[in-house]
Design a protein around this ligand. Structure first.
Ligand code: LIP
Length: 263
């Protein structure tokens, strides 16, 4: 089994190169390539190009590793390591020119199922801001050289983030969940990129985050940032982030958020 620091160095180098490509393509103008689960669920040519770059660089460096990406098919691991990648998380922000999107790269060992994997490395890079978050299992979470720690909400209430699904049919449920958590909140943020929402919880910029409908690549890297910054993760009945729900917060808020969401 490779040393996690070796995987982290590879992920950081690739995230920087992939992020630079995403930023360059954004500056040249972004073309919508297709829609996916709903009209609002878009993929850009840059999403596809950036994922192809990440996949190629990982394959050259570690050909026996597996791959799970948002825009291309999965590949089974022969080494026990699988890379879980969202090439541009916050695609709609990216398409509109909102500088809040990230390359999200995680390395997991074992079964690449969020219910069962062991996250080893997580990297979340926003090329628009230059902020590069990373975590290695058991070795903390970092923004550049700054070690990260989750927050405890003030007496004014928790600053919470969430997201709403691409499918309008899911919005009633999203609004119902929002009503249940508002008594805990001082305010709500909806920034549009799950990986950065999770990175902000790790950095104490948000007190908590929850969202329904995330895919593994949305939360794989950011989830490790949260846990390595002293936060707690949950959502699906098995107690881990999943499609049903992803919840992240510091230890003081987490049980109250879980109770409010009724999971
Ligand atoms: C997005 C997430 C965001 C969620 C969006 C979408 P994408 O991922 O980061 O939190 O609200 O619906 O799933 O599609 O930009 O990779």
């Amino acid at each position: 089994m490779p040393h996690a620091q070796e995987l982290a160095r590879l992920a950081l180098d690739i995230a920087r190169e992939a992020g630079e490509l995403a930023r360059l393509r954004r500056s040249e103008g972004v073309a919508i390539a297709a829609t996916k689960s709903a009209l609002a669920d878009i993929v850009t040519e840059a999403d596809r190009e950036v994922e192809a770059l990440v996949r190629d660089l990982l394959g050259r460096a570690r050909p026996d590793d597996g791959f799970v990406g948002e825009e291309s098919g999965a590949e089974e691991s022969l080494s026990g390591i699988t890379w879980v990648v969202d090439p541009i998380d916050g695609t709609v922000n990216y398409a509109y020119g909102i500088p809040h999107y990230a390359v999200s790269i995680a390395a997991v060992s074992g079964d690449p199922d969020p219910e069962r994997w062991t996250a080893l490395v997580g990297v979340v890079f926003n090329p628009a801001s230059g902020e590069l978050y990373h975590a290695v299992r058991g070795e903390g979470a970092w923004l550049g050289e700054r070690r990260l720690a989750v927050s405890t909400p003030s007496d004014a209430g928790a600053l919470l983030a969430t997201g709403f699904g691409y499918d309008p049919a899911t919005h009633e449920g999203d609004f119902a969940r929002l009503r249940t958590v508002m008594p805990l909140a001082r305010d709500i943020r909806r920034a549009g990129a799950a990986s950065l929402d999770l990175a902000y919880v790790a950095a104490g910029r948000l007190d908590g985050y929850y969202e329904r409908g995330l895919h593994a690549w949305d939360h794989a890297a950011g989830g490790l940032l949260v846990s390595e910054a002293g936060g707690l993760l949950g959502g699906a009945p098995g107690g881990r982030p999943g499609r049903e729900l992803t919840i992240a917060a510091g230890p003081e808020l987490f049980p109250r958020l879980v109770a409010a969401l009724g999971t």
